[in-house]
Design a protein around this ligand. Structure first.
Ligand SMILES: [Zn+2]
Length: 308
């Protein structure tokens, strides 16, 4: 858990400790942030002094996942059985906190039948129960369910907020110093810091665009690739070209974006995006990476020459 999240402007501005409602849906495109906010808020609800960071008995139980009044669902697919387990707990009184708290992270993973089952409980709220859910995909939640939830949009962490949580993350062995000044959201930061291959991928992409001038360069460029995560490679390539098109110098290294923009007209980059999407799909279906990349680079160069 991030204790410092409570000090960020994003968390403070949500005004969560005013009136406690019976249901919440935290949503934004930043999955990690939605979930941290939801869990932190849940922690304040069961905390003795409702601060969530006083390390009281209940805070400790929350961290140890042993607090009797909190139920957390966080799984790839939430089925009727999972919702039934929650529903079975709704009619009992809380054991040590004032409320029983049910947290469903990434609620878009609840299948439709299960959502309908959950709907009944949301329609007949009980003052002892609080539902807290999160999602990045509000369109995956039934309108009927949506209408029962207090929807709270979570704004992106700003630069100061990132600085605040950086100290906390460092204690957990995650160093985000390099990303504070970039336009990454928290999910992207977590992905990159957890991904040891991120640096290699960026270096590979940098090498490609430094050395790719004619089709004769393709074999050498392809052979110089060091990264192991081939599908992620195409995801980054696509995102980097998007940053070039948007002239966004904040997300990746300025030099990388500058080099690509200098060598490739925007129209060629734009036309390359669907080509990379194709390459990504081929990679998923296990076509040889070097063959895909060879083909892709040839087509990207073709786009470049067509644009001249
Ligand atoms: Zn506490």
């Amino acid at each position: 858990m991030l204790e410092t999240i409570y000090n960020t402007s994003v968390y403070k501005n949500l005004g969560l400790n005013k009136n406690i409602m019976h249901s919440y849906l935290f949503f934004s495109s930043d999955k990690e942030l939605n979930n941290i906010i939801a869990m932190s808020f849940a922690k304040t609800l069961i905390c003795e002094k409702h601060t969530g960071n006083d390390n009281c008995k209940f805070c400790k139980q929350f961290e140890a996942k042993t607090h009797p009044d909190i139920t957390i669902l966080n799984q790839d697919s939430i089925k009727v059985e999972d919702i039934s387990k929650i529903i079975n707990k709704l009619n009992t009184l809380p054991i040590s906190a004032d409320k029983k708290v049910f947290v469903i992270l990434n609620a878009d993973t609840i299948n439709e039948i299960a959502q309908n089952k959950l709907l009944k409980s949301l329609e007949e709220p009980n003052s002892h129960n609080i539902f807290i859910m999160t999602t990045t995909k509000t369109d995956k939640i039934l309108n009927t369910v949506m209408s029962r939830l207090n929807k709270i949009f979570v704004p992106l962490l700003n630069h100061d907020d990132k600085k605040i949580i950086a100290t906390d993350l460092k204690k957990n062995g995650i160093d985000i110093t390099n990303y504070i000044n970039k336009d990454f959201n928290l999910t992207e930061i977590m992905n990159f810091t957890n991904n040891a291959n991120y640096k290699t991928i960026i270096e590979d992409i940098n090498n490609i665009f430094q050395n790719l001038n004619t089709t004769a360069d393709i074999p050498n460029v392809v052979n110089s690739i060091k990264s192991n995560e081939k599908t992620t490679f195409f995801t980054y390539l696509q995102d980097i070209l998007l940053s070039c098109i948007k002239e966004d110098y904040n997300k990746y290294e300025k030099n990388l974006i500058y080099t690509i923009n200098l060598k490739f007209p925007k129209k060629a980059l734009l036309n390359s995006l669907p080509l990379i999407e194709d390459a990504y799909k081929k990679q998923i279906s296990n076509v040889n990476f070097f063959y895909i990349l060879d083909n892709l680079l040839f087509n990207i160069l073709k786009e470049k020459f067509l644009c001249k």
